[in-house]
Write a protein that binds this ligand. Structure first.
Ligand SMILES: NC(=O)c1ccc[n+]([C@@H]2O[C@H](COP(=O)([O-])OP(=O)(O)OC[C@H]3O[C@@H](n4cnc5c(N)ncnc54)[C@H](O)[C@@H]3O)[C@@H](O)[C@H]2O)c1
Length: 383
């Protein structure tokens, strides 16, 4: 009898867990910008969470944020450090721009506080290693905010590979990217070197890397030949109404990398905030027994514009079938709930630093290779 392949990939939905309301988790938020809004909306839905403190470097921003989202009784601080010095917190959401991820995470861990750190992990590999040392010393939870991990569509990619249907995976080509989409709706914190530190790779490329690397078990990178450019970021025409942003642009708007991974897998990666093309194409995973086509997508929301397709040869015939796509609801709730549950139950980080340091090492190596003009080796120090 023929195998019912599709049912082997059947989705298992998360069950909503009952919460112990008597045990409240005290949370602080560092950085009250755009993404902090996504965090507070979800925390406020949790009967066992109290958001007790809000911090932002911009005077008055935390107070306005509390008013906007209806946060009652929170204390306000002029920096993450001041908050950590004055509060007894169970956990913090670090929602600062990228260059403040490492200092804030190290500070929180040194104060014995569990950390939900927004993506990207850090700006450089060295910073990621320093955060991991603080994590190890503290014994606290550090989880990195990759909400697509909560999407059934993204989980399905890993399930398909783990099922063996594709055989040995030897090549992965990353697609996606934006035609025009340099993120400046709320100012320039994503595009300045001082605040963003890294550009398209830290904003959206890190999602593609996580999707693919997680699917194949996060093998270590060995060598990287990388390229990065900024042709669109420095062009005032790309900022209608704000031509001055072009002079502030200090990161990459496009990057590509040819990455050799342990286990004989090659990753052909590219990402764009802007380019003269609609998309870098679909994401392809090639294995010895099958291939998977993932339609060009914005990985951050875990959604697919169309079903994924598996290509195989069956009894001498070329066959192709669709993997039914799922909805990807409540990703931010699931991401923050898993953090709160780990704090309450002594669990582990859902998205661990041990995995994401590899993601960071690749971004770091693409920029090093671009600077050097040749392939570079990747060595990730042990922590
Ligand atoms: N997971 C997602 O889907 C998602 C989406 C958007 C952004 N992000 C990430 O979230 C982070 C923030 O993005 P954003 O759009 O909210 O940026 P933003 O610039 O709007 O907000 C960042 C805020 O942090 C504050 N800040 C910086 N350092 C601080 C410190 N030491 N103490 C207190 N406050 C500090 C800034 O003053 C600013 O108000 C970025 O790293 C970004 O990559 C994640």
């Amino acid at each position: 009898m023929a195998r019912d392949i599709l049912n082997e990939f059947e989705t298992i939905h998360d069950e909503a867990a009952a919460v112990d309301v008597a045990h409240k988790v005290k949370i602080g938020i560092i950085g009250c910008g755009w993404i902090a809004g996504a965090h507070i909306i979800e925390y406020l839905k949790m009967a066992d969470v109290e958001v007790v403190a809000l911090a932002d470097l911009i005077p008055g921003k935390a107070e306005v944020f509390a008013e906007q989202y209806g946060v009652k009784g929170a204390r306000f601080y002029a920096s993450g450090h001041e908050m950590l010095e004055n509060e007894q917190l169970d956990g913090v959401s670090i929602c600062t721009y990228n260059t403040q991820h490492a200092p804030c995470a190290i500070d929180a861990l040194e104060h014995g506080v569990n950390v939900m750190l927004e993506k990207p992990f850090t700006v450089t590999l060295d910073e990621a290693i320093e955060v991991m040392k603080a994590e190890k010393k503290s014994g606290k939870i550090l989880t990195i905010g990759f909400q697509p991990r909560m999407s059934e569509n993204i989980r399905m990619i890993k399930k398909i590979i783990d099922s063996g249907e594709l055989g040995k995976v030897y090549y992965m080509q990353a697609g996606g990217g934006r035609r025009r989409g340099i993120p400046t709706p709320y100012g320039t914190s994503f595009i300045e070197k001082e605040t963003g530190g890294i550009g398209a790779m830290g904003d959206i490329g890190c999602y593609t890397l996580d999707m693919l690397l997680n699917a194949v078990g996060y093998p270590k990178p060995l060598t990287v030949s990388g390229y990065a450019s900024n042709f669109f970021g420095i062009d005032p025409e790309n900022y209608p109404g704000h031509p001055e942003y072009a002079e502030k642009f200090g990161v990459e708007d496009f990057a590509a990398g040819f990455i050799r991974l342990e286990g004989g897998i090659v990753l052909d990666f590219r990402i764009a905030w802007a380019m003269n093309m609609d998309t870098c194409g679909d994401t392809l995973i090639l294995g010895t027994k099958g291939g998977l086509r993932i339609p060009s997508m914005s990985c951050y929301n875990g959604d697919l514009p169309a079903p994924m397709k598996i290509y195989k040869n069956v009894a001498g015939k070329k066959v192709c079938f669709e993997v039914p796509k799922d909805e990807a609801p409540d990703l931010f709730f699931k991401k923050l709930r898993s953090f709160v549950d780990a704090i309450k139950n002594g669990g582990e980080a859902t998205v661990s630093s041990k995995e994401i340091v590899i993601n960071q090492a690749i971004i770091d190596a693409i920029l090093r290779s671009n600077e050097a003009g040749h392939e570079v080796e990747v060595v990730i120090p042990e922590v």
